[in-house]
Ligand binder design. Structure first.
Ligand code: NAD
Length: 503
């Protein structure tokens, strides 16, 4: 049985060789529930070893020319493209998403690396000449030191690529702790980073669970933590990390609503909702899980169109090129999603399409659930308040756009949202006023491209700066402002007790 270990100081190591313990967790294929590998669960001592390697590598790395750091990123980009098939197969075999979706995820990660290649431009700083007599002043952006990343199961390749390429291009060193449920692709990508030329210790990967995370959150040598995962853990990571003096950005869960206006192109809206609700089996933080239809006619027509398309949805093994939607990640998660469905029925929602008991021939033991569609969902129902994270789309019915916006604004999450309409005035009002971090107009998954930054509002993000793009340069650097005087030779300043100004 393959044991997935850690990457510490440029070398792949097993847990038993580092801490002497051999704690492991099984990694399974969601399509069959067969165990494909065992992943090491790092003890505190192992994580400390990775932090020590990162700390030792920092002084030389921070002083390396930015252009040389970035040249490694260009090589990494090429290596990721050359190895894309292998990486995506690992994603699909551990996560369950279909191969085409895994390719999309990896491509988004590669686009982050392409943006990272512009860090010499980003780190240029700001300069002012003659801010006073013979005085010049400038701001520069210095690396923080050792940074850490803790990532979720659902984008095992892309989310780590939101973090460490920018962190290390800015001159930091890094310890990544991927999800123990989907660990292989992040580790392979890190190995490709070493092949591309990242020096030993600059990038380290430790696999594990809570003990590994807690070590990263409390160790004095860690300067900053980027986290992506569920809201309760995001809040815990934020409060614990900041209480230990770290800079923390912690991205949490979501409940993303689309508003469908009566004037919308409903064929287009239905097609967009199919992908946004059921793509990746609904296991995306930007998935649309609620469609709020304005007017009963809109709701009725939308549901009819969705029913036709759901009937054609091909649910099956992610490695099978004919599948549109794969299995959920684990049997426990399937059980959780099914318990939400049962609660929805009990609370009075109408299950217009029931995807339960979906069997895929040849994969009877997989975590399969067909697409589910609820109608007449109301705000207080648990299928509306909770993040289901499965292939369950809820339809709500309202009379006006304002009513729909009030439902969205009252929700604890504020990650993404979308409006389907042909009305520019409504679109402008919506995007200007809705209390959500990422907004789409006729775009169901408004995930910002790599040269913008990603982040939700409310309890979808703890911290200030968003992920990747320009915000990530600021997150992984600290500003230093230097004020320097070189008076002409022979000129001497007298003593000055009042606060210096240009008056
Ligand atoms: P999760 O919170 O269970 O796990 C995320 C990470 O935290 C993992 O590395 C895990 O090992 C660690 N962890 C789990 N429990 C912990 C604990 N008690 N103490 C310390 N560390 C712990 O999340 P998940 O199930 O892997 O991912 C799905 C969640 O992530 C969803 O809620 C989804 O919305 C969210 N997500 C958010 C974004 C975003 O950008 N906002 C992106 C992707 C996923």
């Amino acid at each position: 049985m393959k044991i997935i270990g850690h990457l510490i100081n440029g070398t792949l190591v097993s847990e038993s060789s580092t801490s002497g313990n051999s704690r492991v967790q099984e990694v399974t294929n969601p399509s069959t529930n067969q165990v494909t590998a065992k992943v090491s669960l790092a003890a505190k001592a192992t994580v400390e070893e990775a932090i020590a390697a990162a700390e030792a590598a920092f002084p030389a790395w921070r002083n390396l020319a930015t252009a040389k750091r970035v040249r490694i990123m260009y090589r990494l980009r090429d290596l990721l493209q050359e190895n894309a098939a292998k990486i995506c197969e690992l994603i699909t075999l551990e996560h369950g998403k279909v191969l085409g979706d895994a390719m999309g995820e990896l491509q988004r990660g590669i686009e982050n690396i392409e943006y990272v290649c512009s860090t010499p431009e980003m780190l240029k700083g700001e300069h002012s000449k003659n801010v006073g007599p013979s005085i010049d002043s400038w701001s520069e952006f210095q690396p923080l030191g050792v940074c850490a990343g803790i990532t979720p199961f659902n984008f095992p390749a892309m989310v780590p690529l939101w973090m460490w390429p920018m962190a290390i291009a800015c001159g930091n060193t890094f310890v990544l702790k991927p999800s123990e449920r989907t660990p292989s692709s992040a580790l392979l990508i890190a190995e490709l980073g070493i092949e591309a030329g990242i020096p030993a210790g600059v990038l380290n990967v430790v696999n594990g669970g809570k003990e590994a995370v807690d070590t990263l959150l409390t160790d004095k040598r860690i300067q900053a933590v980027s986290f992506v995962g569920s809201t309760p853990i995001a809040e815990y990571v934020y409060t614990t990390g900041t209480a230990h003096g770290k800079r923390v950005q912690a991205f949490g869960g979501a409940k993303n609503h689309a508003i469908v206006m009566p004037d919308a192109d409903l064929d287009n809206a239905a097609a967009a909702l199919m992908g946004a609700a059921y793509g990746s089996c609904g296991e995306r933080c930007m998935a649309i899980s609620v469609a709020v239809a304005v007017g009963n006619d809109t709701a009725d027509t939308l549901i009819e169109k969705l029913k036709v398309q759901i009937a054609e949805l091909r649910v099956g093994d992610g490695m099978d090129g004919r599948s549109d939607m794969g299995p959920l990640v684990t049997p426990q998660h399937l059980e959780k999603v099914e318990s939400y469905i049962a609660a929805g029925i009990n609370e009075g929602a109408e299950l217009a399409v029931d995807g339960r008991n979906h069997k895929v021939s040849g994969y009877e033991k997989g975590n399969y659930l067909g697409a589910c569609l609820f109608d007449r969902v109301t705000p207080e129902m648990s299928i509306h308040s909770g993040e289901i994270f499965g292939p369950v789309l809820c339809i709500m019915r309202v009379e006006t756009m304002q009513e729909a916006m009030d439902i969205i604004d009252a929700h604890e999450y504020g990650n993404g949202t979308c409006l389907f309409t042909r009305d520019g005035e409504a679109a402008r009002y919506f995007s200007d006023n809705i209390k959500v971090g990422m907004v789409g107009i006729n775009v169901p998954l408004p995930v910002p491209v790599a040269h913008h930054s990603f982040g939700g509002w409310k309890r979808s993000l703890f911290g200030d700066l968003h992920a990747y793009g320009p915000d990530s340069v600021r997150f992984y650097t600290k500003r230093k402002t230097i004020t320097q005087r070189w008076p002409a030779s022979g000129v001497r300043e007298g003593i000055q007790f009042s606060f210096p100004s240009n008056q």
